[in-house]
Design a protein around this ligand. Structure first.
Ligand code: FES
Length: 346
């Protein structure tokens, strides 16, 4: 069992698990410490220098890298901390493309949240601007775009690709003001080893990596992905009877919120007008629309004409594991044969 420890943050006594970082301990207890390069799924790197705190009256230290220890007193706001944070945020914003109204992250942008928190002084921004020109946006990927002018170099995308996806398609390249996130050889995304899973896109805190098609759903429906036998949990976002988004279900043990390119972006077929949504029964050589009752009655009648090895079942990877279990049960127990197979060959 993990040991529990007690400490204080801004004078508030809190309890956390030994080994938790000071930043996570604060966030878990609803105490906000500004942060940009921290993500709970990833190892900390201390890159953005925004999460500074003072511990036991000592020098400023990055709370994402600092393990919480029993009895320490953490201070999250002081004149020195405020100055460092405001300067760090102003440097980020000075060279940031502030086209916020057209940005996919407009309603959920960590940089906007930070600039409000630290009271950015706009008159200082001009002086801090580097001699940079607008860099070209990479639109080569069919599902998302990458705008280096909005990137804050937090490296969350780089670490996601390495630590979660294990692909390592991205890295920090160049130096100084020219530093950008790029692929090997700084080729367009589509020519790299990127698998288009979108895991970096969902973690990007500022909209530099943004889906090309995004509509905020009116509601979400919890379901299971139909693409393969893994059975990833996802939430489909819906407007009316249209599916407009998909996101992973972090509570589902089969995927812990992660999705592949098909699960995340491959839902367009559901709304395709050519998709069959009613059963068809062939009568006089022509398919005719039928009700589900008519279709199921017909299938049951045909099944009743077979028993044992004149019957075989081929199950689909698009079914859930539970549905496939039922198919094998029906085949063995009701139809009296072991001739049952499955199309999933992952
Ligand atoms: Fe700690 Fe970025 S969150 S340095």
């Amino acid at each position: 069992m993990t040991e529990e420890i007690n400490l204080t943050i801004d004078g508030i006594p809190i309890t956390t698990r030994a080994g938790t970082s000071v930043l996570d301990a604060a966030l878990e207890n609803a105490i906000y410490i500004p942060h940009l390069c921290h993500h709970p799924d990833l190892k900390p790197v201390g890159a953005c220098r925004l999460c500074g705190v003072e511990i036991d009256g000592g020098r400023m230290t990055m709370s994402c890298l600092e393990p919480a220890r029993a009895g320490i007193e953490v201070v999250t706001e002081s004149p020195e901390i405020a100055l460092v944070r405001r300067t760090a945020v102003e440097l980020l914003i000075a060279n940031h493309d502030m086209d916020c109204l057209a940005c996919a992250a407009a309603t959920d942008c960590e940089l906007l949240r930070l600039s409000a928190h630290v009271s950015v002084q706009s008159e200082r921004l001009e002086r801090l601007k580097g001699l940079t020109e607008l860099k070209p946006v990479d639109n080569s990927n069919p599902f998302f775009s990458f705008d280096p002018n909005k990137c804050v170099l937090c490296t969350i995308c780089v670490r996601t690709c390495e630590e979660i996806q294990g692909v390592r398609a991205l890295a920090l390249i160049n130096r100084g003001y020219e530093t950008v996130i790029g692929t090997f050889g700084n080729k367009p995304f589509i020519e790299s080893v990127c698998e288009s899973c979108g895991e970096c896109v969902v973690r990007c805190p500022v909209g530099a990596l943004a889906p090309k098609r995004f509509q905020k759903p009116a509601r979400e429906v919890q379901t299971t992905c139909t693409y393969c036998g893994v059975g990833c949990g996802l939430y489909l976002g819906v407007i009316g009877d249209r599916i407009v988004s998909a996101r992973g279900d972090r509570e589902r043990p089969s995927n812990h919120g992660q999705l592949c390119v098909k699960g995340r972006y491959g839902f367009k077929f559901i709304n395709h007008p050519g998709r069959l949504t009613t059963p068809l029964i062939k009568r006089n050589g022509e398919f005719e629309e039928a009700t589900w009752e008519e279709a199921l009655d017909l299938v049951a009648e045909k099944f009743s004409q077979h028993k044992g090895d004149s019957f075989a079942a081929l199950a689909s990877a698009k079914c859930t594991n539970e549905e496939n279990y039922l198919i094998q049960k029906l085949t063995r127990a009701a139809m009296g044969t072991n001739t049952v197979d499955h199309c999933a060959r992952l």
